[in-house]
Design a protein around this ligand. Structure first.
Ligand code: TXE
Length: 480
């Protein structure tokens, strides 16, 4: 069985403990590899490598960083099929999705921030006749990047790329549930000529390996994506020692459909926003709210399209709905279906586990599920389910749509469908979320700030926001 070791100082090395964790394939429910069960000693090894590499890497020319990061992107692209299959096996997502979204975006992350490294500048301010101020934006040093299981390589590289582009050295930990593509990134970086110690990949559990990164006194900034409760725990660990934090957390996003929207497009986009990656994207539209004048018509059309989704072996090219990432997550999501029914919800389609034949017979599959008849303040409409389960409810007018949209503890993303330009501006200004898509969903420009408000996190990733997160601004004031 494949052993997934740590990548430290440019080489793959086993965990100090010698212990490994079973890594399961969600589609079969069976272990298919073993992942290093790392802890504080492994993080210390990584920290030593990263701190030795920092002086040289932080002085590496921007052109050299640009060239190396583009070679990493090329290495990812050359291994597109290998990485897409690995991602699909590890996570349970359809291989077509990994090939279309996850892996190309991982390459794009390195390309984007390679270019950003060349363009990143700061500013100067003259005090006429008195002084000149200039702002130095310097790398922080050794930084920690911790990423989740839902978009494994996509989110892992979204943090690593800006961190190294700005001259930092990195200790990065993928989720213990999806370690494979992060593991494969190590050899790609070595092949691209990334100097040893610039990127160190430590595998293992959150409370051991992750906690060791967050609490290490030498690691000065943490970029985290994951659950809100984990984010709160990380903040409690990091805050007393004044570490810089970026927390991308959970969401319970509204997908708002007004009667004047493009009906056929909004129906198909609602299906995509609800069930892509089995609904395991923090940006998914898990609460569909529809103007009452078209509620029946929309609901019928939406349910019909959901019922056409093909559930199957993630390795099958035609599969649209794959497996949930773990047995625990499968039971968590299933429990929310039962909860919804106990709260008075009516299941319009789905609600059942799926028993496939052949190799996937013991996999963790759930039908895409649509539930109606629930109040906004019930748990099903308030808590992040993070699976192929959406609720659908109606609203009378713009005022009610806004109340429903904002009525959760989260504030990550919203998808608003209307042709009314004034309404678009009014609602976009009033909606409490960090991202608002109008007549689209998951359309991403990497230059834009990315992040949530309320319990969806603090800090922003993307574009100059990410470059600024991984640098410290120093003001130098020189008197004439
Ligand atoms: O996230 P966790 P999980 C939500 C979603 C999901 C829930 C839990 O609701 O059901 O979070 O998912 C590491 N110190 N999202 O279990 O536990 C962990 O090893 C340091 C939304 O995947 O937050 C992993 O690498 N690190 C989210 C990473 O944190 C710790 C995407 C995420 O794990 C740690 C994923 C600790 N004490 C889940 N405990 C989004 N916004 O996209 C865990 N980790």
């Amino acid at each position: 069985m494949k052993q997934i070791d740590n990548y430290i100082n440019g080489s793959y090395i086993p965990p100090v403990s010698g212990n490994y964790l079973e890594n399961f394939e969600p589609a079969t429910g069976k272990p298919y590899s073993q992942v290093a069960d790392s802890g504080p000693n492994d993080v210390e090894q990584a920290y030593q490598a990263a701190s030795v590499a920092f002086p040289s890497w932080s002085k590496t020319s921007l052109e050299e960083r640009f060239l190396i990061m583009n070679r990493i992107a090329e290495g990812i692209e050359r291994r597109m099929e290998l990485l897409a299959v690995a991602e699909s096996i590890d996570n349970g997502k359809p291989v077509s999705l990994a090939r279309r979204m996850d892996i190309p975006r991982a390459a794009a992350n390195f390309r984007f921030f390679a270019t950003a490294a060349m363009q990143f500048a700061s500013e100067s301010h003259e005090m006429p006749g008195t002084a000149i101020n200039y702002t130095l934006r310097q790398p922080i040093g050794v930084v920690g990047c911790i990423s989740p299981w839902n978009l494994p390589l996509y989110l892992f590289t979204w943090k690593i790329a800006p961190a190294i582009a700005t001259g930092n050295t990195v200790i990065a930990k993928p989720s213990e549930m999806t370690p494979m593509t992060a593991y494969l990134l190590g050899e790609i970086c070595t092949e691209a000529g990334l100097p040893a110690g610039v990127l160190n990949i430590v595998q293992g559990l959150g409370p051991s390996a992750g906690q060791a990164i967050v609490s290490h006194p030498g690691i000065k900034a943490i970029s985290f994506t994951g659950g809100t409760s984990t984010g709160a725990h990380i903040a409690a660990t990091a805050a007393p020692v004044f570490k810089k934090l970026s927390l991308e957390l959970g969401g319970k996003n509204a997908f708002i459909v007004f009667e004047d929207s493009d009906f056929d497009r909004v129906v198909s986009e609602a299906v995509r926003a609800s069930f892509s990656n089995q609904g395991q994207i923090c940006l998914c539209g898990s609460r569909i709210i529809v103007q009452e004048s078209i509620f029946e018509k929309f609901t019928a059309a939406f349910v019909e399209k959901v019922q056409q989704l093909r559930i199957g072996d993630p390795q099958d090219e035609n599969t649209q709905i794959g497996a949930l990432v773990s047995e625990a997550h499968f039971h968590k999501v299933s429990s929310y279906i039962a909860l919804a029914q106990s709260e008075g919800g009516k299941i319009l389609t789905g609600g059942n586990s799926v028993k496939l034949s052949g190799r996937c017979t013991d996999g963790w599959f759930l039908e895409p599920t649509v539930i109606t008849g629930l109040s906004q303040n019930c748990r099903t409409n308030q808590e992040e389910i993070f699976g192929p389960v959406v609720t659908i409810q109606s609203f009378k007018d713009e005022a009610e749509a806004l109340v429903l949209t904002n009525d959760t503890r989260y504030g990550l993303a919203t998808s608003l469908w209307t042709r009314d330009l004034s309404r678009t501006h009014r609602m976009s200004a009033a909606i409490q979320s960090g991202i608002i898509w109008v007549n689209c969903w998951l359309l991403r420009d990497l230059r834009t700030p990315f992040g949530g408000v309320k319990d969806s996190g603090v800090g922003r990733e993307g574009g100059w926001e990410a470059m600024r997160f991984f640098t410290e601004a120093k003001n130098v004031c020189i008197a004439y």
